[in-house]
Design a protein around this ligand. Structure first.
Ligand code: ATP
Ligand code: MG
Length: 199
């Protein structure tokens, strides 16, 4: 039997009171560390969505893509010419997981040095470290060094790290962590990456 109108109103009133109390209790501002991980689709596109949000407030954002090859995404075409965006592809032209480990390490390090500069620039509100989990997993970059730079960043600067299998140290240090679950993906049905959706 469905609940009466009266009972429904009372239940939603109590729920609203709980939510309102939680909203009233959250009064602090701080620069956040977010980790978007898991095997499901939606990590990088979510991070790039936060770039749009940041720009909407007239603030600056920097994106460092620790990518495996030369692949492009639509967000780069859209954002990279924006005057308030720094967009760097780190590792472009290198094929990670190749035999040439020394070159791959050099590419990751060069990218990291650029990212580190952004992490010490208080004029940048949001730093996206896209696919940073991979050079950490491959031990191309030391997680301790990355954590030290993130912890020493300007206090109001937000950082988003994306990539599968995020290191425990990143998850422990993060304020917000989402693990996106892979329920289905069209790729397994033989559909190639679609412009505007997958890249
Ligand atoms: P997106 O950039 O779409 O937000 P993502 O950052 O979560 O995706 P990545 O692991 O970086 O995922 O992979 C990027 C590409 O791989 C995209 O084309 C995406 O659609 C595809 N992809 C992501 N997850 C899966 C999956 N579970 N199976 C197949 N393809 C996937
Ligand atoms: Mg991604």
């Amino acid at each position: 039997m469905s609940e009466s109108e009266e009972a429904h109103r009372e239940r939603t009133r109590r729920h609203k009171a709980v939510v309102d109390a939680k909203i009233a209790a959250a009064t602090r501002d701080k620069g956040l560390l977010l980790v978007l991980t898991g095997n499901g689709k939606g990590k990088s596109s979510s991070a790039f969505g936060m770039v749009a949000r940041t720009l909407g407030y007239g603030r600056r954002a920097a994106v460092f893509q620790f990518i495996k090859g030369t692949e492009n995404v639509g967000e780069r075409a859209f954002f990279s010419t924006h005057p308030d965006v720094i967009w760097e592809k780190c590792g472009e032209g290198f094929t990670w997981e190749t035999q040439d480990r020394a070159r791959d390490i050099a590419a990751a390090r060069a990218g990291w040095e650029k990212a580190r500069a952004a992490l010490s620039d208080p004029s940048i509100s949001l730093v996206v470290l896209d696919e940073l989990t991979y050079p950490i997993t491959y031990r191309y970059l030391a997680v301790g060094e990355i954590m030290a730079a993130i912890e020493a960043r300007p206090p109001m600067q937000h950082v988003v790290i994306t990539g599968r299998a995020a290191d425990d140290a990143l998850i422990a240090a993060a304020d917000t962590v989402s693990a996106i679950r892979d329920v289905k993906h069209a790729f397994r049905d033989g559909v190639r990456a679609q412009e505007g959706i997958d890249r």
